[in-house]
Design a protein around this ligand. Structure first.
Ligand SMILES: [Zn+2]
Length: 434
């Protein structure tokens, strides 16, 4: 052998950009140096043969609320990134709200990076925020390396991160378009939202109807077309809005969308009385809507599946659906949840890798992540696609093991994870590459 590698991982089910096939992945200095035949005579310090277990690219979760600093008792970088690593997620991108200060100035980004430094098990990037009055900060945040700008069209749930009205949204999108950035929007129109009439799920669902999503998506899409700004709809719940997305894309708007494991798995019909662990905004809708979201993924209208991991202290989940904190924490469970649902609907592992690794990496511009290909970071996941397990909240590494999936049987288990060719533990803080 001419040259030795640091690591070779062999699998009869390697999930590569062009599909699933037997392969050997050779790693040197943290990067994928070669993708060779399964039985290629490669020499390495460590040679791992996964046999029939799958080898996936490390997942990229572009929608995570870490909450540190400021609300670290809800979730922090150490716990969130350990949950990520356990779930096969090797890169997360942290949302600009729920930590204090919110990431709406370059100074606030520096504070957050300092809080994260040294405590991340996986790689971490950051979103900035677009809020009323911070237009002059957007360029500085972009230059400091955020991957784009999150905004709300309706109240965000925390007063320090207010929503943009139409004029504010136009102003932000014009500015962001000027430097070729990305705007990501929580799309619920405040004009269609109301206070729930009671504490039950039915009242909560009625207070956030599908029309709220449709109206907000239409506004973002129209302004994307008008300003030329690239836009992305986070956590799409209403499948009825998919034709609208298709229509605006056909008209030239640069607009994409993501959805989340809970919208693809859980249904309004199954939410138990008082089951506020199911509460999120926009809400989980009916079973028919869920199946249409899967069709949106199959059609390519939805390009990413990301967690919207949004924890809080358990006390804030107490009470009814009208008062409890909204947010579902599924960083560690997203892969088996989605694989269980995908497999039942005839999708393969390459689809899952596209939605959960390559898709979010492309959205954010995380070059070098999300694929098993030469030159990419050696972020890899050994995955047992036929192994089943019952979700035990006690096994979750997030700070508070509150989950609507407790007791659910899932198929597919993460067995081993590599971050740049090594066991997770030394995550880096990432910046958008210019
Ligand atoms: Zn979110």
């Amino acid at each position: 052998m001419t040259q030795g590698y640091d690591l070779v991982v062999r699998s009869r089910r390697a999930v590569l950009p062009d599909g699933e096939r037997p392969a050997a992945v050779a790693v040197r200095e943290g990067r994928i140096a070669a993708v060779a035949a399964y039985d290629a005579p490669l020499t390495a310090r460590e040679d791992v043969d996964l046999g029939d277990r799958a080898l996936l690219p490390g997942l990229v979760d572009s929608h995570v609320h870490v909450n540190e600093p400021g609300r670290t008792e809800w979730e922090g970088f150490a716990t969130a990134t350990r949950a990520a690593a356990a779930g096969g997620v090797t890169t997360i991108v942290d949302m600009p709200l729920n930590a204090l200060p919110p990431t709406v100035t370059a100074g606030a980004l520096a504070v957050k990076r300092a809080a994260a430094e040294g405590s991340c098990a996986v790689d971490v990037g950051f979103w900035g925020g677009a809020v009323p009055g911070n237009r002059a900060e957007l360029r500085a945040l972009h230059d400091a390396g955020v991957y784009g700008f999150k905004c709300f069209l309706s109240p965000s749930g925390v007063e320090e991160f207010p929503a943009l009205d139409e004029a504010g949204l136009r102003e932000a999108m014009t500015e962001i378009a000027g430097f070729g950035g990305l705007l990501i929007a929580h799309a619920e129109d405040p004009g269609h939202l109301s206070e729930p009439d009671g504490p039950g799920y039915a009242e909560f669902l009625a207070s956030r109807p599908p029309e709220a999503e449709g109206a907000a998506i239409a506004r973002v899409a129209r302004l994307a077309a008008e300003t030329g700004c690239r836009a992305h709809i986070v956590h799409l719940s209403d499948a009825g809005s998919l034709p609208l997305l298709a229509e605006w894309r056909a008209r030239g708007a640069r607009i994409s969308a993501e959805t989340c494991p809970h919208y693809l798995t859980l249904t309004a019909e199954q939410v138990p009385d008082g089951g506020t662990e199911y509460k999120c905004c926009p809400p989980i809708r009916d079973a028919r809507n869920r199946e249409e979201l899967w069709r949106g993924l199959a059609d390519g209208l939805i390009g990413c599946v990301v967690s919207d991991h949004s924890p809080c202290v358990p006390e804030l989940k107490k009470g009814g659906f009208d008062t409890a904190w909204g947010g579902i924490s599924s960083l560690q469970l997203g892969l088996p949840v989605i694989w269980t649902g995908a497999r039942a609907r005839g999708h393969g592992l390459p689809d899952v890798a596209r939605w959960m690794a390559a898709g979010p990496a492309e959205l954010t511009g995380l070059t070098g992540k999300g694929r098993i290909a030469e030159g990419y970071d050696a972020d890899l996941v050994a995955f047992a696609p036929d192994r089943t397990f019952v979700v035990d909240p006690g096994a979750l590494r997030q700070r508070h093991p509150v989950t609507p999936y407790a007791g659910t049987t899932l198929t597919g288990a993460v067995e081993r994870v590599w971050l740049r060719g090594e066991a997770p533990g030394h995550g880096r803080l990432l910046r958008r590459r210019p």
